[in-house]
Design a protein around this ligand. Structure first.
Ligand code: PLP
Length: 367
């Protein structure tokens, strides 16, 4: 008899640890009271400490919403109204950033790569050479569409060469992949509590280089997404609007758990180990990775649909065995599926998953 809950192998929301789940049962709290302010200040400090290099020069600003909310707040608050933002996209989430810039009526240019490919650094260099109006670059660190992780070093070096700043969507990488917060051209990093940090949906955040709040005023064209308002209110631990209090309980516990487990490096190691185990077994079953395995982030891999299977077939068969996998987005729905190792995934879960895959694939093969 399987006592484990359904295991979420989608890239967030994640299967919660018992510790985080239990934290939701804390006594209710009013967000205008001192105990909530202390909680918020603790979360902000822990977020800025996930990467030691961020500790002194970055400030975490939290916002109630999902990852998209944090990314849009970053774009709305910081992207210039008169100078160009260059977006380097290679998947749904990069393309969404370009859509945000269009929605907020900011001057931008998008260098859109195929979803199978890396971002186009050469074209970015060309754009920077010929357009001195470019002020910011924006990119997605771990493009969840495919699982490809972008190497930030050449991107940040390019920013340094042309004296522009980088804003990063690290929604599916913060807490488990290397982000060079010591690089002076890294300006802001948006993420959420419910992916690599293992909290629940409802609280997202942007780590902003502190000097940004000192030297400029907000570019926001609204209220709710204006990070400058949150920054001002959160100096004392409060929030301009009602925050997701229970998501804050979960995030505080999840951040303590991350630290207890050895921090982001240990989490990356654990994710990698599970992802490699999955890729090795699926390769042995004849299921190829969609991209070269070397380009994947530690926790998301995409796979070609095996011969004779469509996505609903493989999804439903695994769902009935206690696992949720993830479809390809857009046109990739008919080509691939994704498996993500974020969350409370235990060795026995992976053993059961792989046994189920073998049963399905080999059962089919002999039919
Ligand atoms: C890289 C990336 N950016 C942004 C988002 C959007 O986050 P949300 O769905 O939490 O709004 C996601 C969601 O998976 C993501 O993976």
């Amino acid at each position: 008899m399987n006592k484990r809950p359904t295991i979420l192998l989608n890239p967030g929301p994640v299967t919660l640890t018992q510790r985080v789940r239990q934290s939701l049962l804390r006594e209710d709290m009013c967000h205008r009271e001192a105990d909530f302010a202390a909680l918020m200040l603790d979360i902000k400090s822990r977020l800025a400490n996930v990467y030691a290099e961020a500790q002194n020069s970055f400030e975490a600003v939290t916002i109630t919403g999902s990852g998209t909310c944090a990314v849009e707040a970053m774009i709305d608050s910081f992207c210039s109204r008169d100078r160009t933002t260059l977006v380097l996209s290679n998947g749904i989430y990069g393309e969404r950033i370009a859509a945000m810039l269009a929605a907020h009526d900011r001057p931008f240019r998008e260098l859109r790569a195929d979803w199978r490919d890396p971002i186009e650094l050469d074209k970015a260099r060309e754009a920077l050479l010929y357009d001195p109006g470019i002020r910011h670059l924006v990119a997605v660190h771990n493009e969840t569409t495919s699982g490809r992780l972008t190497d930030l070093t050449p991107l940040l070096d390019l920013c340094a060469e042309f004296e522009v700043d980088l804003m990063l969507d690290a929604v599916s990488s913060f807490g488990a992949e290397w982000i060079d917060f010591s690089h002076p051209r890294l300006m802001a990093v948006a993420s959420t509590g419910n992916k690599c940090l293992h909290g629940i949906v409802g609280i997202a955040f942007v780590l902003v280089r502190k000097t940004q709040f000192e030297k400029r005023t907000s570019n926001s064209d609204g209220l709710y997404l204006d990070l400058f308002r949150y920054h001002a209110a959160q100096t004392d631990g409060f929030s301009p609007y009602t925050p997701a209090v229970h998501a804050c309980f979960a995030l505080q516990e999840a951040l303590q758990e991350l630290a207890d487990q050895g921090g982001w490096r240990a989490r990356r190691q654990r994710y990698r180990q599970l992802s490699e185990q999955i890729r090795d077994k699926l390769a042995a079953l004849g299921i190829a990775t969609f991209l070269d395995a070397a380009v994947y982030s530690s926790m998301i891999s995409s796979f070609k649909l095996p011969k004779g299977w469509d996505y609903p077939g493989i999804h439903d068969a695994l769902r009935s065995r206690g696992f949720v996998i993830y479809a390809g987005q857009g046109g990739l729905y008919r080509e691939m599926f994704r498996i993500c190792t974020m969350g409370d995934i235990q060795d026995e879960d992976i053993a059961r998953l792989l046994a189920s895959m073998e049963e399905l694939i080999c059962g089919r093969a002999t039919r």
